[in-house]
Design a protein around this ligand. Structure first.
Ligand SMILES: C[S@@+](CC[C@H](N)C(=O)[O-])C[C@H]1O[C@@H](n2cnc3c(N)ncnc32)[C@H](O)[C@@H]1O
Length: 391
């Protein structure tokens, strides 16, 4: 059910999440949004004698969990509601695991008081991210030195808006590690996420921890100081491509594009040409510019179809990714690479069974790696030229 953000964790990510917990002697575990039990299966694999308390708001999941884990404590209730505190009745747990729903909930006195109790922070906004509530309730129910492994959205990792959260987290809890999850770890969602491994203990001032950014050729594990995490200096490596390209997906549906009466690119009009279109579009939609690369992101038959936009301005529909690579040589290099490798890449990266689609994150990753390849080949060409001159 999309309403409850029921995006379940894959077995690989569940195992990875549980492997972060460094306790060996674990008797109890809390799971506040258990779904169909992906994280619980991983916990039970690792700690066989453990006693679980699991909750889910959805009645169907509740019955599934009851059936799967008859010897554990399973509840059907809203983990963001005050009544949960009665359900848990002050029990503290050795470990907690969580992949909360990624959504916003309306603020109220109870939620504000929970955040203030855990993080000493007064929320003033009308909406609060549910993930923060799940984080707080988990932390409130850990024994001293108890451990939590929780999946949280990119937002908390890199947005200025959540500087307060990073600061409060680092002041009151030990962050052992943060692991970036691969883009395709979650079915049906494009969200980039991180697993936080936290310990219920006040950290020493000079505490450092490990951030594992997706391990590939140009990123990897690095040690980071708390102050750099709070001030976002850790994000630099992943945004260093901003000078090279931008990628976005259109906002309007095909129907809305059509009704706008402006020139537009949608999967049904992929062969349309706008070379001679001179109008500037005063429309709050995302627009393609001359030389942008347009790629169909959805549709089994049209998926990956590519056009270089030669007009001046056209709206891009929500079925299209628009890629703007600023440097003409890099653009050409990417385009060649894409057209040659497109079908293999789509085979490995397209998701979905009926309506095949590709995620913005996976395309972004591809562009980044092709740019890296371009830059390193440019560098070796330059070295080769210099060596030739020296001979
Ligand atoms: C992202 S899924 C994760 C499920 C499972 N832990 C996993 O990792 O596969 C979030 C789960 O939270 C449940 N949920 C959503 N809102 C909730 C709430 N307010 N209280 C308790 N569970 C909730 C949904 O039904 C869904 O099963």
């Amino acid at each position: 059910m999309v309403e409850f953000k029921q995006f379940y964790t894959s077995e690989t990510i569940s195992d990875l999440l549980v492997s972060l917990l460094s306790h060996t002697d674990v008797a109890s575990c809390l799971e506040l949004s258990a779904g169909e039990g992906a994280l619980l299966d991983a916990i039970l694999k690792r700690f066989s004698g453990i006693k679980i308390t699991a909750i889910d708001i959805d009645n169907k999941n509740f019955h599934k969990l009851l059936e799967k884990y008859p010897e554990h404590r399973i509840f059907c209730c809203d983990s963001t509601h005050e009544e949960l505190l009665d359900t848990l009745d002050g029990q503290l747990f050795d470990v907690a695991v969580c992949n909360p729903p990624f959504l916003s909930v309306s603020s109220n006195d109870y939620l504000r008081s929970i955040i203030s109790r855990v993080f000493n922070y007064n929320v003033k906004t009308k909406k609060i991210r549910a993930e923060i509530i799940f984080l707080c309730i988990n932390l409130l129910h850990l024994v001293p030195n108890g451990q939590l492994a929780i999946i949280l959205p990119e937002l908390f990792f890199s947005s200025d808006q959540y500087l307060w959260l990073r600061k409060a987290l680092t002041e009151k809890y030990v962050i052992n590690q943060i692991v970036e999850c691969e883009h395709n770890s979650f079915v049906n969602t494009e969200a980039k996420t991180h697993i936080y491994h936290l310990v219920n203990r006040i950290p020493k001032k000079q505490h450092e921890f490990k951030i594992t950014i997706k391990p590939n050729a140009f990123q990897g594990t690095k040690i980071i100081r708390l102050q750099d995490f709070v001030s976002k200096r850790h994000v630099e490596t992943s945004t260093s491509f901003d000078d090279y390209f931008i990628i976005f997906r259109g906002k309007l549906s095909g129907k809305e594009c059509k009704e706008s009466s402006y020139p537009y690119f949608h999967t049904t009009s992929f062969n349309a040409r706008f070379e001679s279109f001179e109008n500037s579009i005063e429309y709050s939609a995302r627009k393609a510019q001359k030389n942008d690369i347009l790629i169909a992101r959805v549709g089994t038959r049209i998926l990956g179809k590519t056009e270089v936009f030669l007009g001046n301005s056209a709206i891009v529909s929500d079925c299209i990714f628009c890629i703007r690579i600023f440097d003409a040589s890099i653009r050409e290099y990417f385009l060649n690479f894409w057209l040659q490798n497109r079908s293999d890449w789509l085979k490995n990266n397209a998701k979905g069974t009926c309506a095949k689609h590709i995620s913005l994150y996976s395309v972004k990753e591809l562009i980044e790696s092709v740019i890296c390849e371009y830059l390193s080949s440019e560098k070796s060409n330059k070295i080769f030229e210099i060596e030739k001159m020296l001979l």
